[in-house]
Design a protein around this ligand. Sequence first.
Ligand code: ADP
Ligand code: MG
Length: 213
Amino acid sequence: MADSVGFDDLATMLRAAAAKVVSEHATLSRLDSATGDGDHGTTMRRAMMVGLRAMDTCTSRDLAALLNDVGWAILGVDGGATGPLLGTFFIGMSEAAGGRQMLDAPALAEVFEGAVAAVRRQTKAQVGDKTMIDALVPAVEALRAAAKAGEGPRAALAKAAEAAARGAASTKDLRAKFGRARNLGDRSIGSPDPGATSVSLLFRGFADAIAAR
Ligand code: ADP
Ligand code: MG
């Protein structure tokens, strides 16, 4: 159905998001070199590779099962903050999906809101603290607004990706309040947050995958 996201659509979204992050991993590490320890790109690439492998070995065609497998695989990726936060994101999506197999735009918004709620249980970071939250929250708010306005998954995800990109760009002028970058104080200002940039790449992948189907 054109106005819903089913199993194959979700799988395509996840693969496109992974491809996007993998292709940009050098940029992500460069950003992390400015404000952290320079490993964000390699950690994200590793997270995407284990996520893809989990998709390959998932025998179920249940949306929640796929997201759960991907989330748990990513949760196990060592190397700092990213594995737990990103793994939690996909597990949160899985829990919110429940038994649904076709997600229209409002259901898709609900699933992503579940992901945000799960991540928020792991971190107290708010919008403006220069973390992945700065891309994640506006992306999901834009998705919900588009769904409320009656738009389908394609337009809603496009708006989410644009909001995520704006959110990631906005972190450039912020001072980090969480993570390693926090230690830099004012010196963290001037470079975008790597985690927020990753989230914007994920949403770009999600949106492009649905736009291309
Ligand atoms: P590490 O900082 O442990 O080396 P990464 O480099 O992979 O981990 O990821 C850094 C990114 O993780 C940051 O850019 C930020 O977006 C996110 N991050 C780190 N700590 C937190 C936190 N406490 N809350 C939310 N996001 C965080
Ligand atoms: Mg790092």
